[in-house]
Design a protein around this ligand. Structure first.
Ligand SMILES: [Zn+2]
Length: 127
C-alpha cells in the first residue's frame, strides 16, 4: 500500500491522486518515516478560527439578557466548547482540536482576569 505526498503542502494522500488537491502541485511517492501533516487532522489555525466564531456568536447573548449574565460568560462558553472538543475528537481532527483547546484556554484566563477585576472593584466600592 503506497501513499502519495505533496512536498509543497507537506500533506500525505492514501488515495491515488494525479496532483495535490490543495495546491495542484506534483505529488511524489511517500517515503515511510518522513515528517508529514495528516490532512484529516485539520490545523491549529482552523481550531482558533472555530473558537473565535463560536465566541463571536456568544457576544449576541448579553444583548438579550441581564448584564449580570456577563458573570456567567465563562460557564456558557463551556456549553459549546465542550461539545466542539468532543466532535473534533471523534472526527480525529487532532490539530483543530489543539487549536480550540489553546484558544479556549486563553479566553478562560481572560474571563478569570475580568471576573477578578469586577469582583475587586465591587468589593472596594462597598458591596
Ligand atoms: Zn500541495
Amino acid at each position: 500500500m503506497s501513499s502519495l505526498y505533496c512536498p509543497t503542502c507537506d500533506l500525505i494522500f492514501d488515495e491515488p491522486v494525479a496532483e495535490c488537491p490543495a495546491c495542484q502541485g506534483p505529488v511524489e511517492l511517500w517515503v515511510e518515516g518522513r515528517a508529514y501533516v495528516d490532512p484529516r487532522a485539520g490545523s491549529i489555525s482552523k481550531g482558533v478560527v472555530l473558537c473565535l466564531v463560536l465566541h463571536s456568536l456568544q457576544l449576541l447573548v448579553p444583548l438579550f439578557s441581564e448584564p449580570v449574565m456577563l458573570l456567567f460568560v465563562g460557564l456558557t462558553q463551556a456549553l459549546y466548547v465542550v461539545p466542539a472538543i468532543i466532535v473534533l475528537a471523534i472526527q480525529g481532527k487532532t490539530k483543530t482540536l489543539s487549536g480550540v483547546l489553546i484558544f479556549s484556554g486563553v479566553t478562560f484566563l481572560l474571563n478569570a482576569a475580568v471576573l477578578g477585576i469586577m469582583c475587586g472593584s465591587m468589593m472596594s466600592s462597598g458591596y
